[in-house]
Design a protein around this ligand. Structure first.
Ligand code: UDP
Length: 207
């Protein structure tokens, strides 16, 4: 009615357990449609479909952001994601729970960089509906993250290994060539810098 632009917060999960590395927007993904993560992955994939149907049929001003792993202040302590789990565990000197052997990788983007990319995406030309990958291509193994967080918090925590959840993607890293070109954006905050800020936040939260 108001010809409003609309953002879809899509996700790197639409690539499933990707067989291409790093992931470009034109990769169609590898999702197990009946697995335990599928409700999220397929839900987001279906949302992208509906957004593009409305764009084609009604010229709706859509913007699809494929958001890769993001972290920073104001994460919930208990939402189960890896950075918040590890920092809270390390600050409490509790065991740090690595799932699997920790060789799986993710690429973590600091929240302020992500927000900047949303603003640029919403301000981009109306002829650009996306999808566009938004994330930091700096790839790290989960074991490395655990070790780094223990060291940065000066914690006495030990690493323990737990079962890897099924369909946990082995590698994930965005190709952000498109975002650089169309949005003139790339992340600026390095992992170490972002972790310092996030650790400070959680210290205040749990003290
Ligand atoms: N993970 C872990 N320990 C935790 C929480 C997560 O080893 O306490 C692993 C998880 O198996 C995955 C990675 O860290 O390989 C990232 O998990 P998260 O849930 O943060 O994001 P996603 O899997 O959606 O990328």
């Amino acid at each position: 009615k108001y010809k409003a632009k609309i953002l879809q917060a899509s996700t790197s999960e639409i690539y499933g357990n990707p067989l291409e590395h790093p992931q470009k927007e034109n990769y169609w993904g590898n999702v197990n449609s009946i697995g335990p993560r599928a409700c999220y992955d397929e839900g987001k994939r279906c949302a992208e479909t509906l957004f593009h149907d409305y764009y084609r049929k009604h010229g709706l001003g859509i913007k699809i952001a494929r958001i890769f792993n993001t972290y920073g202040e104001r994460m919930a302590q208990n939402d189960g994601r890896v950075i918040s789990n590890f920092i809270v565990q390390a600050l409490k000197n509790e065991p740090v729970t690595v799932y699997g052997d920790g060789s799986q990788t993710r690429s973590f983007c600091y929240v302020s960089d992500m927000i900047e990319s949303f603003i640029k995406l919403m301000d981009s030309d109306e002829s650009f509906p996306g999808p566009v990958n938004l994330g930091n291509p700096d790839e790290t193994s989960i074991l490395e993250i655990a070790q780094k967080i223990i060291q940065m918090t000066g914690s006495n925590s030990k690493i323990i290994f737990k079962n890897l959840p099924s369909d946990d993607p082995v590698h994930r890293k965005p190709d952000i060539t498109l975002a650089k070109k169309v949005l003139d954006w790339e992340p600026e905050v390095e992992l170490e810098q972002g972790l310092v800020r996030t650790i400070e936040y959680f210290k205040k939260m749990i003290s």
